[in-house]
Design a protein around this ligand. Structure first.
Ligand code: ADP
Ligand code: MG
Length: 338
């Protein structure tokens, strides 16, 4: 008699959820990234009790037809990646096809989605099991509601911190996504109160102003530089504006917010002689590169990436920011629209 058995999908999804769903903000991240990938121009995120009770994301993106709506919750089901060839050329934020399956395995889901054609779909799930599928409204886009997150994984639920801490993670995340996508109108609501609202008019300074305050953003310098491999753009604070934490160093690679020790250090290096020890600038650094030069398939949460020519990129960032700080770049006078 054999001892080895292939696990059923429900169990394997629950195990994968351990990596994908660390806390409420991980769910927010996956749902909002899906909305971005679906070409939405308006995304509303509503949280109750920091998302522990409810996370609802409403978008006006492409939506799904009935068949896709049901398939979306299966493991390894994705519309974004079909061949191995594509794995090295990823332009979307998602590609693993496991977020919805993982989230559904540890929560109760309600979803309405429609492509705007035929009929809309409304479905409910509980602990990864489909409960009900029926016709829904025809409004193009998707609403996904996740309730009672981690209700069936008590050990993980115990590790979730206070409402304030968890909410902090989600606010931070939405701020960063809004900064990365100024052309998308984001609204974040917590317990009925609007915490962030961006216009979606595509102005980075304006989004930054709604997050850091107009006064601060007026003291930030816009920069742009390009070499044969990388294009970098963004905003960085004058040395008079500093913060006590590196949390204000925000880096995007091809629109994806990433955490990258080497690039953080490259920014700090540029400010080396300008700032006292323990003080950091506010920097938004957006890097565009050929997806062939990066590997985002490092961890299921996808906030780490590997970059080829990493050292060259870091040097380029330091050099550019140094020139900006020394005033060598022709800096257009910045206006912050109201
Ligand atoms: P991935 O994003 O890696 O493809 P997910 O599990 O997050 O995997 O989503 C599975 C699929 O469901 C996506 O590839 C996409 O086709 C569809 N989907 C999920 N969310 C949305 C949405 N908000 N709008 C349109 N399609 C969506
Ligand atoms: Mg996804």
């Amino acid at each position: 008699m054999t001892k080895i058995k292939v696990m059923d999908e429900l169990l394997s999804n629950k195990i994968a959820a351990g990596e994908v769903v660390e806390r409420p903000s991980s769910v927010v991240k996956e749902l909002v990234e899906n909305a971005i990938d679906a070409a939405s121009t308006s995304i509303q995120i509503e949280l109750v009790e920091a998302g522990l009770q409810k996370i609802e994301v409403t978008d006006n993106g492409d939506g799904m037809d009935r068949e896709d709506a049901e398939l979306a919750f299966s493991r390894h089901a994705t519309s974004k990646l079909l061949t191995e060839h594509e794995l090295f050329r990823i332009r979307s934020l998602g590609f693993r096809g496991e977020a919805l399956a993982s989230i559904a395995a540890v929560s109760k889901i309600w979803m309405q989605t429609s492509t705007g054609e035929g009929s809309g779909t409304q479905l409910t799930m509980e602990g990864g099991r489909s409960k009900n599928v029926q016709d829904g409204p025809l409004r193009k886009g998707t609403i996904i509601r996740v309730e009672q997150l981690l209700y069936n994984t008590p050990a993980r639920l115990k590790h979730v911190k206070s409402i304030q801490t968890e909410l902090g993670h989600s606010i931070d995340l939405i701020n960063k996504l809004a900064l990365s996508y100024p052309s998308i109108a984001f609204t974040l609501i917590h317990n009925g109160q609007t915490l962030l609202q961006t216009s979606g008019r595509g102005n980075l300074q304006q989004v930054a102003a709604s997050i850091y305050g107009t006064g601060t953003v007026k003291q930030m310098i816009a920069f742009e530089a390009e070499n044969e491999d990388f294009k970098i753009t963004g905003l960085t604070s004058q040395p008079t504006v500093t913060r006590a934490s590196k949390n204000y160093l925000t880096i995007f690679v091809n629109g994806r917010w990433i955490k990258h020790f080497g690039l953080n250090r490259a920014i700090e290096e540029a400010y080396h002689t300008f700032l006292p020890i323990g003080r950091y600038p506010i920097t938004l650094l957006s890097i565009t590169l050929d997806p062939l030069l990066s590997d985002v398939n490092v961890h299921p949460a996808k906030h780490q990436i590997r970059i080829s020519k990493e050292k060259e990129l870091e040097l380029f960032v330091t050099k550019t920011l140094r020139e900006v700080l020394r005033g060598k770049q022709d800096i257009p006078k910045m206006t912050v629209p109201k």
